[in-house]
Each structure stands twice: as structure tokens, then as C-alpha cells.
Unconditional design. Structure first.
Length: 271
């Protein structure tokens, strides 16, 4: 385990990692807006301890954490949500816990249980749980989140077909809803940037987005709407930090905007 972590910042990564470290402005405490704890049906796993080790090795101060596409998910996701909550209880200053739901199933009870417990946001995955963003059950869920000012992170990346058009009605109906577009809506990055520009409560999260799309994002939207993410265990902290910092530099994003992208734009949601 220790060896794996060293491999992320040593060996072939050593020069990249020193570039990243030099690029992160002094005093910035990096905030990772997208990371998973638990197990996935594809065999990936991540523990709270494993996450903490990675954060410490890369100097990341806080991470939003939520379940994977968990084989142990009962209908309501309560099991995997409990795993995330336990990790949060162990490291309350490191983790911001989000819960996950399946909008196709009866979600009211688990929504209420998690909100009551103190979870700080909701994660939805339209591909894994097979739903469209304008499905009436999902639109209702967005409304429930908006009503209690609960942030929502949506997987808006790989294998998605429709993002902007089905989401627009929700964003317009609930301008106060705090929405994180996981993977920056990378399959429609330019139309998403155009549609959600100026919607200050919509953030584009940068994990595992192709270099070209990250560059286009950095060229097309105000940096105050961009937040860094890793997608651990699919991404790793050094590589994803390098990707956003390199894209920002190539796109001419001013250095003064980097603390916002790496930390403050999302941190202010969780004072
Ligand atoms: Zn993810």
C-alpha cells in the first residue's frame, strides 16, 4: 500500500509532481470535490484510511466522499451510505460526506435518514442507476434537495448521452440549487459552459476529463465555476491535479484564479 502511494509521486511521476507542487499557490489547501469510499461492482475498492493516506501524500486537505456503484447496495443504498458515514466519523475534518440514491426506487426514506444524520450532499449517477436527468422522479429529487439547500453532485461524464438539455429546466426552476457537474459534462463541455455560464451555483468538477475538454472548459467558462476533483479510486490526486493545472495554464487562466479552482470555489459551500 505504502509502495503504491509513493509510486504516485515518485519514479516516472517525480518531475510531473514537482511541477504540480510548484504550481499550487502557497497557502492553498487543496479540496477534492469528487472521491469514492466503499466497493464497486467492477471490483474497485477504497477505504477511509486509504483515502486519508492518499490525501496526506498529496497534500490534499479535504475531500467530498460518497459511495461507488456498490454491489452491497440494498435497494436504498443505505449500506454503502453507512460506510461513508463511518469514514466521516473517523476523519470529520478530512471528509465531506455525500450520500447516494437510486432515483428509480423508493428513495424518500433514505433521503430523510441521511439528511437527518447530517450528510452534506447527494450523489447521483445516471449511467450506473439508469435514469435520465429529466425523469420526473429525478426532477422531484432535485426539488427536494433545493428545498433544504442540499448540494447535488451528478456524474456528468463517460457514457452520458444527454446532460445540458434535460438539466436546464431544473437549473432554471431552482436557481439556488447547488449543483456539481462531475467530470465537467465532458461529453457536451462547450454547450454546458454556454448553458450554465453565470449560474453561480453550478460548478464544473474536473476529474478524469480529457485534456482537450479540460482546455476547452478553461477557455469557455469563468474560473469561479470550476472546481478540482480526483474521482479516486479511478483517478489519482497527482495526475488529476496535473491535468487541471496544465489545462489552466494552456488556456491562460490567471494564477489568481487557481486558489478558487483548487479549493475556495467549493470550500465556501461547506464552511
Ligand atoms: Zn466518480
Amino acid at each position: 500500500m505504502e509502495h503504491n502511494i509513493e509510486a504516485l509521486t515518485g519514479g516516472a511521476m517525480a518531475s510531473i509532481w514537482s511541477w504540480v507542487q510548484a504550481k499550487i499557490p502557497a497557502g492553498v489547501e487543496v479540496f477534492d470535490a469528487h472521491a469514492h469510499i466503499g466497493a464497486d461492482i467492477d471490483g474497485r475498492t477504497m477505504t477511509g484510511d486509504g483515502m486519508r493516506e492518499r490525501m496526506e501524500a498529496a497534500g490534499v486537505n479535504k475531500s467530498i466522499v460518497f459511495p461507488l456503484n456498490d454491489p452491497n447496495a440494498r435497494d436504498d443504498y443505505s449500506g454503502p451510505n453507512d460506510v461513508v458515514w463511518s469514514a466521516y466519523e473517523e476523519y470529520p475534518s478530512s471528509f465531506v460526506p455525500f450520500f447516494r440514491l437510486n432515483p428509480n426506487l423508493d428513495y424518500d426514506r433514505e433521503f430523510g435518514r441521511c439528511v437527518e444524520r447530517g450528510f452534506m450532499g447527494l450523489k447521483l449517477h445516471p449511467v450506473s442507476q439508469e435514469f435520465e436527468l429529466d425523469d420526473s422522479k429525478v426532477v422531484r429529487l432535485f426539488g427536494m434537495a433545493a428545498e433544504i439547500d442540499l448540494p447535488v453532485l451528478i456524474h456528468a461524464g463517460f457514457a452520458m448521452q444527454r446532460i445540458v438539455e434535460p438539466l436546464l429546466q431544473t437549473v432554471e426552476a431552482h436557481p439556488g440549487l447547488r449543483l456539481i457537474l462531475g467530470h465537467s459534462a465532458m461529453v457536451e463541455v462547450l454547450s454546458a459552459a454556454h448553458a450554465f455560464e453565470g449560474h453561480r451555483n453550478v460548478l464544473f468538477e474536473t476529474s478524469v476529463v480529457q485534456a482537450k475538454d479540460l482546455y476547452e472548459l478553461c477557455c469557455s467558462i469563468d474560473p469561479s465555476q470550476i472546481c478540482y476533483g480526483s474521482d479516486i479510486p479511478y483517478g489519482d490526486l497527482p495526475s488529476t491535479l496535473h491535468a487541471i493545472l496544465a489545462a489552466a495554464e494552456a488556456a491562460g487562466v490567471p494564477e489568481e484564479a487557481l486558489p478558487g479552482i483548487l479549493s475556495e470555489n467549493i470550500r465556501r459551500w461547506f464552511p
